[in-house]
Design a protein around this ligand. Structure first.
Ligand code: SF4
Length: 324
């Protein structure tokens, strides 16, 4: 099964939530309505998360391909594309099409969206809230376009790779670690690798060096994809550049990775995998007992939990059958 720091954080926070998301949710379980419902709820995104993923997607689709070809992307074209997608996705979510039988994420393609508040608190999705989310996404892109030096740096790179899906390390027979960095920048002469992750947070208090260092570790430790240059094998991990670009606050945060960091990553991975192994988290849904993944109710855990609908249902009562 797939391991990531975020899934481990979820496992530590509330094992029941982790169970719903990673074991129970299955869109193909047509004869099991609970598993289907969990699969629907798993897709829910908060308004802020949607805004962030929209910006990531538009950069990957409209900005990076131009830069890769040495062309300057046109700000207005990018904003127009984002606005159209914003409207299309919102219409999809509003009509709750993500609940339509047979309409999977793959089939719906880029118009797919399931919004948390439309399921749990539709009154919060006001015109103002939507407008604000859209304007913040525009601001994030505006900030990127104003950073001409950064765009020029990307434009002059040898290769730009967005959202690569095949970077992974098979840790043991049960766990695989996967990295999907937003952007990989390769430079030649001398060969360099730069990992960039876009973030769109209005306060941006949290930092993401742990995530970026894990990406570097996976890139170095995993099997090198065939189209990646062979020199990557000889590049010391400590030479990999790491950047978290907070687009809304326009803050470029760069991090190093030292050999001590590598040691710490490996220790953290080993410890968390040992904990998940002890809970037999790698077994299949049918082999597991939900009761072994207890709820951990707290304001912090449950406030934004996608699975409240199934979790907060009263436990089925035993029907009393009377002979008389
Ligand atoms: S509603 Fe709370 S207790 Fe239930 S799964 Fe979610 S976080 Fe856990």
């Amino acid at each position: 099964m797939r391991w990531s720091f975020s899934s481990y954080r979820q496992f530590k926070g509330c094992r029941r939530q982790w169970f719903y998301q990673n074991k129970m949710a299955n869109a193909n379980a047509t004869k099991d309505p609970e598993r289907k419902e969990a699969a629907i709820l798993r897709n829910l995104q908060s308004l802020n998360a949607w805004r962030g993923s929209m910006v990531d997607y538009i950069i990957g689709k409209e900005v990076i391909p131009c830069l890769q070809q040495g062309i300057w992307p046109q700000y207005q074209d990018v904003i127009t594309a984002m606005k159209a997608l914003f409207q299309e996705q919102y219409a999809f979510a509003k009509a709750q099409k993500y609940r339509e039988e047979g309409l999977t994420k793959t089939k719906a393609g880029e118009s797919f969206l399931a919004l948390y508040d439309l399921e749990y608190a539709p009154e919060k999705i006001t015109r103002e809230a939507l407008n604000q989310a859209y304007l913040e996404a525009v601001q994030a892109l505006k900030n990127l376009f104003h950073n001409q030096r950064f765009l020029e740096y990307l434009r002059s790179a040898s290769r730009l790779i967005t959202q690569r899906q095949d970077l992974q390390v098979k840790y043991n027979e049960h766990f695989t670690l996967k990295a999907i960095p937003d952007l990989l920048v390769f430079e030649e002469h001398p060969f360099r690798v730069h990992i960039i992750d876009w973030k769109v947070h209005s306060k941006a208090q949290r930092t993401y060096e742990e995530q970026l260092r894990l990406y570097a570790w996976i890139i170095k430790k995993g099997a090198r994809p065939r189209d990646f240059p062979e020199v990557l094998d000889n590049l010391p991990i400590t030479d990999i550049q790491l950047t978290e670009y907070q687009l809304f606050t326009n803050e470029v945060r760069t991090y190093d990775i030292s050999l001590e960091d590598v040691h710490e990553i490996e220790q953290n991975i080993a410890q968390s995998i040992a904990e998940m192994t002890a809970a037999q988290a790698y077994l299949k849904y049918q082999q597991l007992e939900i009761a072994n993944f207890p709820v951990n109710r707290s304001e912090e855990n449950c406030r934004g939990c996608r699975f409240r609908k199934i979790c907060e249902q009263p436990a089925p009562t035993q029907t009393q059958t009377s002979l008389f």
